[in-house]
Design a protein around this ligand. Structure first.
Ligand code: SF4
Length: 620
């Protein structure tokens, strides 16, 4: 006879709690196991991997720590944690905290007599020098501003407050001292290849998808003093500021756990644009359930550039106000409200009005100044794109956490208007800090003459930071620094500004990323696709985004592709630090994926420039 299991008691985990603080309805969808788009976001997956390594580093500093396993029997896990906590002195990793329906897994618990240090590890960048300077000035450090808890730190502080309250409930009479253990960007690593000192372990989740479960420090413990990249920061004074509010919120969420959907407050508005449960084309779509038929408007008001700043009467959010009136189309937005506080039409409102006008007519718009702007480009024109990696725990000795590794550039140089672009590229394959070689190789390619066209100011920031870092590595070169200053100050042209101020395609909506712009022009411009085929020998289809034309490559039996920035960083890691780092064939294939991706990024700018030239010619 099969035993019938009682239904699982719903619990409020610390991640349930932090999610519910952003919107109660999200708690419902999470409990009901609706698909969450964070599970499919490659950038978040990459960040998670870095987070596990930071946690493993923080734990490695406690040699006597006991790693507790945990599973679905949280009551058993909590009982075991309590049993360990009967000892006078003990250090636990992943102890289970449980009281009533509240649940949390504590990263590190250090018990000494009647005092417990409760340490929450976050891969969040923090500057201990800035924090200490603020405290020395009589302020409350980086966590508290004049207005109260810093919005940037609020969710991390609410998390540790939630755990503190839980532990105090479990062990009345014990003093809990809460800490955040953070990645300290005022420190520098003295060790090379840090990611190789960790073993990442994966487990299959309930969908059968392999996910990171934990990471372990497998390096030599003698290296730990040189790996001083995290700082434990006491936050008891902030927890005291937050405890009453957190207690009230936790009590409300706890009581909601078994409630029907309508009990969960869901105020639909601009915040829903980034909702975790907004998943296109899936039946179980939380966003769709909250918005009902209002989800279907096309174009939707949530597509409006900077919709979050737009206010209705009384200062309430415009999106919230319209939704409450049963409206959600972009065309429902009253254009007379697209003004600044003083009633004038500023740059944001100008862009919003243009977006609505183009969506209404379906027509492309170019400014009267575009002609002059294009004429300012000096030849040879160099279209450049960079790829950069920033890891919490950096690759190279001398780097600070989240320091920049500029590992690849691609350029397309056009000698004269209408000339076929010449492609140049550089990809780091050496194990030393690459930023100096990155800048020198770029200089050899683009020289001292001609405009340097980019999309956004990312390339400008990358070059400036690379020069600042040279001094840190004892490689300062005045002449190279002057060359960068000249590129940044005199030669750089940010094409994204053109997309914001000088042209608009209805397909762009409120977006001006290079992929959004290229994709919208690509569909409507057969000449662009012909040019692409002629320059790349790839097949162009109006139905598919040009990045889809990049061929995937099978590497050691697994089909891999690189079609966005996070994919490029992961490919670089696989090539330099992954299990295939000594497999020359696999490394060459990872390199091929990276090269074709970065090449398309710089080529995209040439295609857009050519498109604008044709539009201008049609006009004149
Ligand atoms: S769609 Fe909006 S109201 Fe619904 S869960 Fe998401 S954020 Fe909350």
């Amino acid at each position: 006879m099969t035993a019938i299991r009682p239904p699982r008691q719903r619990t409020l985990s610390k991640s349930d709690f932090t999610l519910a603080r952003t919107c109660e309805a999200k708690l419902y969808f999470r409990e009901a196991r609706y698909p969450d788009n964070r599970e499919f976001d490659p950038y978040l997956v990459m960040l998670a991997q870095g987070g596990y390594m930071v946690e493993a580093l923080a734990k490695a500093r406690y040699a006597d720590g006991i790693q507790l396993e945990y599973g679905s029997d949280f009551e058993g896990d909590a009982a075991l944690t309590l049993e360990y906590l009967q000892r006078d002195n003990v250090t636990l990793f992943e102890g289970t905290l449980h009281s009533a329906r509240r649940l949390a897994r504590a990263d590190i618990i250090v018990k000494q007599g009647d005092t417990i240090r409760l340490i929450e590890v976050k891969a969040k960048s923090f500057d201990s020098q800035e924090h200490l300077a603020s405290l020395a000035d009589g302020n409350k450090g980086v966590f508290v501003t004049r207005r109260g808890i810093s919005a940037k730190w609020d969710k991390y502080l609410a998390d540790i407050t939630y755990q503190t309250l839980l532990l105090e409930r479990m062990l009345p009479g014990v003093t809990v001292e809460p800490f955040l253990c953070l990645v300290d960007k005022s420190k520098r690593s003295d060790v090379n290849d840090i990611p190789e000192l960790f073993k990442v372990e994966r487990k299959r989740d309930r969908h059968g998808v392999e996910r990171i479960h934990t990471a372990r420090f497998t390096g030599d413990v003698a290296l730990l003093p040189e790996l001083d990249l995290v700082t434990e920061v006491p936050v008891g004074y902030v927890v005291d500021m937050m405890r009453d509010g957190v207690e009230a919120e936790a009590a409300r969420f706890e009581q909601l756990l078994d409630s029907p959907r309508e009990e969960f407050t869901a105020t639909i508005g601009h915040v829903c644009r980034e909702c975790e449960f907004r998943i296109a084309d899936l039946e179980r779509n939380g966003f769709r359930e909250c918005w009902g038929e209002l989800a279907d408007a096309s174009p939707h008001m949530l597509e409006l550039f900077s919709i979050g700043t737009l206010k209705a009467d009384g200062g309430v959010s415009m999106a919230e106000s319209l939704a409450s009136l049963g409206k959600s189309s972009l065309f429902d937005i009253p254009e007379e409200r697209l003004v600044r506080k003083d009633g004038t039409v500023g740059p944001v409102a100008t862009r919003q009005r243009r977006q609505i006008a183009c969506a209404r007519t379906g027509e492309f718009w170019i400014s009267d100044q575009l002609q002059d702007v294009l004429r300012e480009v000096q030849y040879p024109a160099h279209y450049v794109d960079f790829e950069v990696s920033r890891l919490a725990l950096p690759y190279h000795a001398g780097m600070r956490p989240y320091g920049q590794v500029a590992f690849q550039w691609s350029s397309h140089s056009v000698a004269a208007p209408g000339a076929v672009p010449r492609h140049g590229e550089w990809l780091n394959t050496e194990h030393s800090w690459p930023n100096e070689r990155f800048v020198r190789s770029l200089r050899a390619e683009i020289g001292d003459e001609g405009s340097v066209l980019t999309w956004s100011r990312f390339e400008e920031f990358t070059l400036n930071e690379a020069i600042r870092d040279l001094a840190q590595f004892g490689l300062m070169d005045k002449e190279l620094a002057e060359w960068v200053a000249d590129v940044v100050g005199r030669r750089m042209v940010d094409m994204c500004v053109w997309a914001r101020e000088h042209f608009h395609h209805p397909g762009m909506g409120g977006r001006t990323s290079i992929k959004a712009v290229l994709d919208s022009l690509w569909k409507s411009d057969a000449q662009m696709r012909t040019q692409f085929e002629g320059w790349t020998s790839l097949t162009a289809s109006a139905e598919e985004d040009p990045y889809a034309a990049l061929p995937a490559i099978e590497i050691n039996g697994i089909v891999q592709d690189v079609r966005e920035g996070t994919g490029a960083i992961r490919a670089y890691e696989a090539m330099m630090y992954g299990v295939e780092k000594t497999d020359e064939k696999a490394k060459a294939e990872w390199g091929r994926l990276l090269r074709q991706y970065c090449q398309l990024d710089s080529l995209s700018m040439v295609l857009i420039f050519e498109h604008l030239g044709r539009r201008r010619a049609l006009r004149s």
